[in-house]
Design a protein around this ligand. Structure first.
Ligand SMILES: [Zn+2]
Length: 187
């Protein structure tokens, strides 16, 4: 009886062992990728339907995003991370990158006039160093590509860069590199 069972098991393994092995490998690989993606926090959470629009037309990146490598801030004469991209363009027009609702329009000495827009799927876009006369106010609904203001030199922390947009993108309360969502370098 016992021997018969064993033989059946051996027969089963001989016949289907390869399928079982392939199944295990596929499962292990899928699990590894899922774990790695989760650890990196790089799982795009529903960005499939979101169509990002450039915040400025034909803009040049004059200072790039860096979360670990420090960059020199000539205005403040210090080395610092730069959790945003600085953009400059011939036209100073600044546009909403996604549909959303204006969460705030405010001013502080360091960042200058700043518009914050809430979007779906946990995205928040922040536009700093704007001119005082913004084209939107708190509570306004905006669509992607809508003009919301103009770039200027209102950011006292970045006077050395001249008139520009300091563009910050956040996802689920974390800073993310705007380059991951917008083709900023491909002018
Ligand atoms: Zn900046």
């Amino acid at each position: 009886m016992e021997i018969g069972k064993e033989n059946k098991f051996v027969e089963f393994i001989k016949k289907y062992g390869i399928y079982v092995a392939v199944g295990v490998v596929v499962f292990a690989v899928a699990l590894t990728f899922t774990l790695l993606a989760t650890l990196n926090g790089s799982v795009p959470t529903g960005t499939g339907n979101l169509q990002f629009v450039m915040p400025m037309e034909n803009a040049s990146v004059i200072k790039d995003y860096s979360d670990t490598a420090l960059q020199k801030n000539e205005t403040l004469n210090q080395w610092e991370a730069h959790l945003a991209v600085d953009l400059a363009s011939e036209s100073s027009d600044v546009f909403a990158v996604l549909d959303g609702t204006v969460a705030s329009v405010d001013y502080n000495y360091g960042d200058g006039y700043t518009i914050t827009i809430n979007h779906s799927d946990g995205f928040v876009s922040i536009y700093s160093s704007l001119q005082e006369d913004t084209a939107v106010k708190e509570g306004d609904n905006v669509v992607a590509g809508q003009k919301i203001g103009s770039a200027s030199e209102s950011s006292s922390n970045e006077l050395d860069l001249g008139s520009h947009l300091h563009f910050t993108l956040m996802l689920n309360d974390d800073y993310v590199d705007p380059n991951d969502y917008l083709s900023l370098q491909a002018k």
